[in-house]
Design a protein around this ligand. Structure first.
Ligand code: SF4
Ligand code: SF4
Length: 203
């Protein structure tokens, strides 16, 4: 008897479980779909602001950025994704100043760890959520973040006109008075001719 009751209890439990699962399936069949139809929904697609897709260097309306070419982002990048090159300029007050030449970032190597952004002392770089970065060649993944012609404020002071040095008039060459050369008096060498001694006669 026990075995029969166990059989039916298991049977009803299974049917109940099946119906419960089917109810969930039935319910989900009528709920609004959440599948993103990309790229058809490109205009309405919502990507989280914190999604790290592309490293950028913001420029203001004067095409200026805040990077001081300190190289800290390059040093903190764990896999050599960033290469910063700089140049030395002379400011108006005659001081030497290092400014950014190129800030290069390789999307193909980046792990999007955000260390470069966190450690940048000037807040010069940040990640954007612009994720459509597919290209056909790897070389196009290497990007220069600073705009062409962009510069620091200091760079504007760089153009220090080189003042022409005053031309020093050449003094006329004072010719030394020509002194008449004294006639060279040749010394007459008179050789004294010694008289030959008479040779001794042979015996
Ligand atoms: S996010 Fe990480 S891996 Fe990418 S450039 Fe910055 S430090 Fe390097
Ligand atoms: S981006 Fe920031 S950390 Fe990197 S070189 Fe420029 S100022 Fe320095």
């Amino acid at each position: 008897m026990d075995s029969v009751s166990k059989y039916f209890s298991g049977l009803f439990t299974g049917i109940f479980s099946l119906l419960k699962g089917m109810s969930v399936t039935w319910k989900e069949l009528w709920t609004p779909k959440v599948t993103q139809q990309y790229p058809e929904n490109r205009d309405t697609l919502v990507i989280s602001d914190r999604f790290r897709a592309e490293l950028t260097m913001p420029h203001d309306e004067n095409n200026e950025h805040a990077c001081t070419a300190c190289g800290i982002c390059q040093m903190n990048c764990p896999n050599g994704t960033i290469v910063v090159t700089s140049q030395i300029i002379e400011t108006e007050d005659g001081k030497k100043k290092k400014i950014l030449d190129t800030h290069q970032w390789d999307l193909g190597m980046c792990t999007f760890c955000n260390l470069c952004v966190i450690t940048c002392p000037s807040d010069a770089i940040k990640f954007e959520n612009t994720f459509e970065n597919a290209v056909f060649t790897r070389s196009k993944l290497v990007q220069k973040l600073n705009n062409e012609g962009s510069s620091l404020r200091e760079k504007k002071k760089e153009v220090k006109p080189v003042e022409p040095k005053p031309v020093v008039e050449a003094k006329p060459v004072v010719e030394a008075p020509v002194t008449e050369a004294k006639p060279v008096v040749e010394k007459k060498v008179t050789e004294e001719v010694k008289p030959e001694e008479p040779k001794a006669e042979k015996e």
